[in-house]
Design a protein. Structure first.
Length: 328
């Protein structure tokens, strides 16, 4: 296994950080894919850090999960995305020939990216292209509509990524259970650790669709963003009011917010190094934090219903049409 990092931190273990910052053919392939797709709106590719793994997301679905073990960096993919394809076996054979390893767990087929047995760059390009095709096929069969909340999250990330005024740097952040418990998030529960873990199952906290930074006059403001696309998703359970409770409670815990600020600096700086951008931040550059609720597509019809409670909590409201043009 690789070096360990603090629980709840997004800081990558050294082995993954080194792989993503050192120029090797497969590192260059991954960087090229991100850059080639970043302008493809909801079909962009984002890179997020998860401590002991780094994840490429495509349409908010895991395209490639990078992990380190036994002196190898491996990339994992969920082949269950192939179950609706009439070419499932063809894909399996083609991927096998390109160097993908299949086993009993189809949710974790793997390819070696660095270390003994690593695939060639051209093979990795073909592998990633096939993975994208499988995700598109799966989503096309699973969804009645072509665009959903996950697509809008990915699109917002792509539109703002690297922007000096307002950028997003993480998608689908979920605060680890133990971090919340240690911070006192569930201290209203009378009971031991197991009781608090049970409460977390019922009421998980720290659930953010996007994390971003907005440039202000004297620094940057950390943004906790919730995205709503469908009108039904605005209503409880897990609707606007539920997320207001979660977001505002989370922001009352200074230790959690300060950690997200630290992670923001680490993430933006590392992404900048990987993608050859010129952004370099210090923790002192992040001077504040704010909550943003983003309504897109038909969900904008619900803004009137929730505007008062959002404004009372000093939550910023942003609205976009179906083409993601800003309308508020």
């Amino acid at each position: 296994m690789g070096s360990k990092k603090e629980v709840g931190s997004r800081a990558l273990i050294d082995e993954l950080s080194n792989f993503l910052t050192n120029h090797t053919p497969n590192q260059e392939c991954i960087v090229e894919f991100i850059k080639d797709y970043i302008d493809k709106r909801e079909k962009s590719i984002s890179l997020c850090f998860r401590g002991d793994r780094a994840t490429l997301y495509y349409r908010c679905r895991q395209l490639l999960r990078l992990e380190y073990s036994n002196k190898q960096v491996k990339g994992f993919f969920n082949f269950k995305y192939a179950r609706f394809s009439n070419r499932s076996e063809d894909y399996r054979n083609e991927l096998s020939e390109l160097g993908v390893k299949f086993g009993d767990d189809l949710k974790n087929i793997s390819v070696i990216l660095d270390g003994n047995g690593r695939v060639e760059k051209e093979a990795l390009k073909q592998i990633l292209t096939k993975y994208i095709e499988l995700i598109d096929c799966w989503l096309g069969c699973m969804r009645k509509k072509t665009i959903c909340e996950g697509d809008r999250q990915q699109q917002l990330f792509a539109v703002g990524f690297g922007n000096s005024e307002n950028t997003y740097f993480d998608i689908e952040y979920r605060e680890p259970r133990e971090t919340l418990i240690n911070a006192g998030y569930y201290n209203y529960i009378d009971g031991d650790l197991e009781a608090k873990r049970t409460e977390h199952k019922k009421h998980s906290g720290g659930r953010f669709d996007l994390l971003g930074l907005r440039k202000a006059k004297s620094g940057y403001v950390l943004q906790f963003a919730e995205v709503k696309t469908k009108p039904d998703s605005c209503d409880d359970p897990s609707g606007v009011l539920d997320h207001i409770r979660d977001y505002t409670k989370y922001c009352n815990y200074k230790t959690l917010v300060d950690k997200r600020k630290s992670d923001a600096v680490y993430t933006v700086n590392l992404l900048s190094e990987i993608l050859n951008n010129d952004i370099r931040l210090k923790v002192d550059d992040i001077i504040d934090h704010e909550i943003v609720f983003i309504f897109t597509d038909d969900s904008v019809k619900k803004v009137k219903q929730y505007r008062q409670v959002l404004e009372e909590k000093n939550i910023i409201i942003e609205c976009y049409d179906k083409n993601l043009n800003r309308i508020e």
